[in-house]
Ligand binder design. Structure first.
Ligand SMILES: Cc1cc2nc3c(=O)[nH]c(=O)nc-3n(C[C@H](O)[C@H](O)[C@H](O)COP(=O)(O)O)c2cc1C
Length: 410
């Protein structure tokens, strides 16, 4: 039969007896020589000295920065974007998850975007005063707390009222929110309730000047901050997962037009209806970047639609430098595609982006937690960016330099 002390050692469910444990320690102490006793007492003193440190860890933490704000324990539980994605996957069907997360054909562009961030590495500078880290950004007439913005995405297709829910979250994060199509209708409601975010109205284009002009004017009147036109989606792409899952709007081998006749003239049409800054989304090379400037774009987004348009496109992070060079500082250059970490944002900014947009991460956050998730994912990435800037020696966005990154072939 096991003795009591045996049980204590082997059975984790047995109650801990402090008296017996002290007795055991004392017996061992008596068996030690003078040197062993000195070492033993030294260890005890060290542990006693560590008590305040241990206690500090046990008291409820006050946030060390004002970012990010705290939300419920459930919303704060995922510690990164990947974990938010895992929560999202539990809340929706496979077909919806595939639609939100997948790309075109073999996902080569989608994976290439992610891989590019992994392969571009950071070169830090040491002994820089980073006692304060400021992520705020002034761009196209807006002062934003963070360079992380929300890309246009058809969220009504993933969550009922998804576009509206995400707008409410975007307002809390105080970021620019890209909305698709004619979603300005709900923004007008939100404006009345003082819940409308700063929003960028986005379109794939219209087939005639009158429609373009009317769209631009309606959005300006409704309170849009910027207008954007997505130029990389003239036809519905092949998305194998969506076709296999029978997701509405996708068929194999059908050339389904979206806006195939839209050309640079479209920017003139928009300008005839609105004075808002025009952003062109979907640029991937220097030639188009230069043409966009000549056509009057006030900003471009280097984007391959997150790998959701055509497969085999250049990763956006790799296309970024040539676009930045071609624009020559005349207009801001933004980027999207594959941003999942604060260090990704840092790499994009170091390669010349003024700000970044996130697509899937905010869709996953919406599917995981609703509006609050959208605010949380922006805050989470901004908190990661803040830490990364602190570690790399960049106290503000202007201090993030090209020399802080190394391309794989450099
Ligand atoms: C569910 C979903 C729907 C999207 N719908 C649109 C759209 O209607 N118009 C558009 O310009 N981009 C759309 N995008 C692309 C995003 O604006 C963005 O370019 C892309 O998601 C960025 O890549 P990331 O998802 O890796 O961040 C969509 C993206 C997702 C995830």
């Amino acid at each position: 039969m096991a003795t009591r002390s045996n049980r204590v050692d082997t059975d984790p469910s047995a109650p801990f007896d402090p008296g017996e444990a002290t007795l055991r320690v004392m017996r061992r102490y008596e068996r030690l020589g003078p040197r062993g006793r000195r070492e033993f007492l030294g260890t005890l003193a060290m542990l006693a000295g560590a008590v305040p440190l241990v206690a500090q860890e046990l008291v409820p933490r006050t946030p060390r920065t004002t970012f990010p704000p705290q939300h419920s324990a459930k919303v704060m539980a995922p510690v990164n974007v990947h974990e938010i994605m895992a929560v999202a996957a539990k809340n929706v069907s496979k077909a919806v998850m595939d639609y939100a997360s997948g790309g075109a054909e073999d996902d080569a562009t989608l994976l290439g975007n992610l891989e590019a961030y992994r392969r571009v590495t950071l070169r830090r500078r040491v002994m820089v005063d980073v006692s304060k880290v400021d992520t705020s950004l002034d761009v196209l007439g807006q002062k934003l707390p963070s360079p992380i913005m929300i890309a246009p995405a058809s969220k009504n297709r993933v969550v009922p009222q998804g576009d509206k829910m995400a707008a409410i979250g975007a307002k809390d994060a105080n970021t620019i929110y890209g909305i698709v199509g004619n979603a300005h209708a709900f923004i007008e409601d939100l404006t009345k309730e003082n819940k409308a975010p700063l929003w960028m109205a986005s379109t794939l284009g219209d087939t005639n000047k009158n429609d373009a002009q009317t769209w631009a004017k309606r959005n300006e009147d409704a309170g849009a901050t910027w207008l954007s036109v997505t130029v990389d989606h003239p036809y519905t792409p092949n998305r194998d997962n969506n076709i296999r899952n029978g997701f509405p709007g996708y068929e194999a081998g059908v050339l389904r037009p979206a806006t195939p006749s839209v050309t640079w003239q479209y920017l003139d049409w928009l300008r005839s209806g609105s004075k808002l800054p025009l952003v062109v989304k979907g640029i991937l090379n220097g030639e188009d970047a230069e043409t966009a400037v000549k056509a009057g774009a006030q900003a471009i987004i280097v984007s391959n639609h997150g790998g959701r348009a055509y497969d085999g496109a250049v990763p956006t992070l790799i296309a970024l430098p040539e676009c930045v060079d071609a624009v020559g500082g005349k207009i801001p250059v933004f980027i999207d595609g594959g941003i999942r970490r604060g260090t990704d944002v840092l790499k994009a900014l170091a390669l010349g982006a003024k700000g970044v947009f996130i697509g899937r991460p905010h869709c996953w956050a919406l599917m995981a937690f609703g509006p609050v998730g959208v605010a949380r994912v922006v805050e989470m990435l901004n908190a990661e960016l803040t830490v990364a800037m602190g570690l790399i020696g960049a106290p503000n966005l202007a201090a993030i330099k090209r020399s802080m990154v190394r391309l794989p072939w450099e």
